[in-house]
Ligand binder design. Structure first.
Ligand SMILES: NC(=O)C1=CN([C@@H]2O[C@H](COP(=O)(O)OP(=O)(O)OC[C@H]3O[C@@H](n4cnc5c(N)ncnc54)[C@H](O)[C@@H]3O)[C@@H](O)[C@H]2O)[C@H](O)CC1
Ligand SMILES: [K+]
Length: 502
């Protein structure tokens, strides 16, 4: 699914009106109906509803929603913010329709004294500001936001929490943003919803389709995408009847050191469960029995060192290489990593300690082969590319890094963010907090390696791998919950995840 900036969404609105064609007031009615329908289905009808309407179309939506909720006999009071300016356009029509309907109490807020006290068992519907916000909220609007946030009431935001920008909130006043429990957003999640620091404002979010025109969406170019099941399913290649293990490639995994062999075991198992034909796990001597016992399906390549990775094996036999989980950062390992990069493997996924070694040797970045896949978590990315003030800034750094070194970067987290050298950005839609557990990243490395070895392109291996990893986590969580989820559960649910994508 494409993701757009608020400005682009306004353009898609306009195009929809022209192409469908539909009047703006009717599009507003359609959007508002979706909100009202959700509210009617999801809230306790005995509760008082406080609707807050701002001066623009977001306020217009709130006014229409109030009328629709009153049809269902919900108890509504509308508070319209009055800056002393005339209402314009569709909000005026919806104000008049409300007055004519005469079933909703109408109030204006024109000073701090007229901001209502909101009981804790009320529902607040926040239609103060939407995607047309042009500067941080201040004055009366900020006071209303603070009062709503203080109330403890259940807050439902229309389209976007009032005060939050759809993209960059670096210069926003964080004390002037609604902290919604639910955000009901029109057609597309906004980019800022996907950044962890905005979770306290956005709450749970739901996308409500409002029938924006497919051609308008198609015509509007964007680098931003949200991964969907349909998109990923379309990338999975069926396994042909006459295939054999050679068809699915031979992966080399360089992982594990004395005391950290679990990383090698997990990544190896995940790689095998991702459909690879053959896997060779390169381990130090002390890891030999461990890997043979834990992953009998894997072949082994034994390092001369007793404890760490110290020497690159002959890489010519392998279709793809994964390196990093559990490696440690010993001097000999650092030099061996450098030698591997100098050998220019054509398909490479780099994780964990291999990334940490790289960040301590930044002059090696130029050795990174084109389309290498780097899978840092935010801390590892910070070591690679420097600290960022927030996720939006980090995304800009990530894009620069991908473009400069021609590599794919996966910044792992809720909605893991993937950047490609050509500037495209993909946010993942699968996964849950149960996956924030040791070894989860090793599993991802194994999955991506397995897909790479099967000759998926670096881009596809990354997108499929990230999506599958999260999906396996979601399937595991439905069975055992998020608390007890461990990395091994991701591996045991990979098969079911693949089945869902067929
Ligand atoms: N996306 C869709 O397909 C549809 C969206 N709808 C709704 O429309 C809003 C966007 O409406 P818009 O009128 O452009 O913007 P706002 O309502 O957010 O507010 C604009 C209004 O407020 C003034 N303003 C902006 N920033 C501030 C500020 N910091 N302080 C004070 N005043 C401010 C600005 O000058 C304008 O007057 C979208 O979110 C949806 O809710 C349609 O209803 C249906 C289609
Ligand atoms: K809003």
């Amino acid at each position: 699914m494409k993701l757009f900036t608020c400005k682009q969404i306004a353009g898609i609105d306009q195009l929809t009106m022209k192409l469908e064609p539909v009047l703006s007031i009717d599009l507003m009615e359609r959007a508002s109906f979706q909100i009202a329908d959700w509210v009617i289905k999801n809230i306790n009808h005995d509760w008082q509803i406080y609707l807050f309407a701002g001066p623009g179309n977001n306020g217009g939506d709130a006014l229409a929603v109030a009328r629709m909720l009153a049809w269902s006999n919900l108890k509504c009071t509308v508070y319209r913010i009055d800056f002393g300016r005339e209402l314009k356009g569709d909000p005026v029509i919806n104000w008049q329709r409300l007055e004519e309907q005469n079933q909703v109490i109408l109030r204006k807020i024109d000073s701090e004294d007229s901001i209502p006290e909101i009981p804790v068992d009320a529902i607040v519907i926040d239609g103060l500001f939407g995607s047309g916000l042009n500067k941080p909220l201040d004055g009366l609007a900020k006071e209303i936001v603070k009062q709503i946030n203080r109330s403890g009431a259940t807050i439902i935001s229309i389209d976007i929490p009032s005060g939050l920008f759809g993209e960059d909130n670096s210069k926003n006043d964080l004390s002037a943003i609604i902290k919604a429990d639910h955000t009901l957003t029109f057609q597309f999640p906004k980019l800022s919803f996907l950044f962890p620091e905005n979770c306290e404002f956005v709450g749970d979010w739901t996308v409500l389709p409002i029938g924006l025109h497919p051609n308008a969406i198609e015509q509007t170019e964007t680098p931003y995408h949200f991964l969907t099941k349909k998109f990923i399913s379309g990338k999975i290649k069926p396994r042909e009847k006459f295939s054999h293990k050679g068809t699915f490639g031979h992966a080399l995994l360089i992982a594990g050191s004395y005391g950290k062999m679990g990383a090698s075991v997990l990544a190896s198992q995940a790689c095998l469960r991702s459909g690879v034909g053959l896997l060779t796990s390169h381990v130090p001597q002390s890891g030999y029995e461990i890997i043979q016992n834990s992953v009998p399906e894997a072949m082994t390549s034994i390092d001369p060192s007793e404890t760490v990775f110290s020497e690159v094996p002959d890489i010519s036999r392998y279709s793809a290489i994964g390196i990093g989980p559990g490696l440690d950062k010993k001097q000999e390992t650092q030099q061996a990593l450098k030698a591997l990069l100098q050998a220019k493997p054509s398909k490479l996924v780099i994780d964990a300690d291999a990334l940490n070694i790289l960040s301590e040797n930044q002059d090696w970045y130029d050795l990174l082969p084109e389309n290498a896949i780097l899978t840092p978590h935010p801390k590892e990315f910070e070591r690679l590319a420097g600290a960022s003030f927030n996720s939006f800034e980090r995304l800009q750094k990530q894009l620069q890094f991908s473009a400069k070194y021609k590599v794919i970067v996966v910044c792992k987290g809720a909605h893991s963010c993937i950047t490609l050298p050509d500037g495209k950005v993909f946010f993942n839609s699968t996964g849950n907090p149960g996956m924030a557990t040791g070894g989860s990243g090793d599993v991802l490395t194994g999955i991506i390696l397995g897909l790479l070895a099967q000759n998926y392109s670096a881009e596809d291996a990354t997108l499929i791998g990230v999506y599958l990893h999260g999906m396996a986590g979601d399937l595991a969580a439905t069975e055992i919950g998020e608390y007890s989820l461990i990395a091994g559960d991701l591996i045991s649910h990979l098969g079911k995840a693949f089945l869902q994508l067929e």
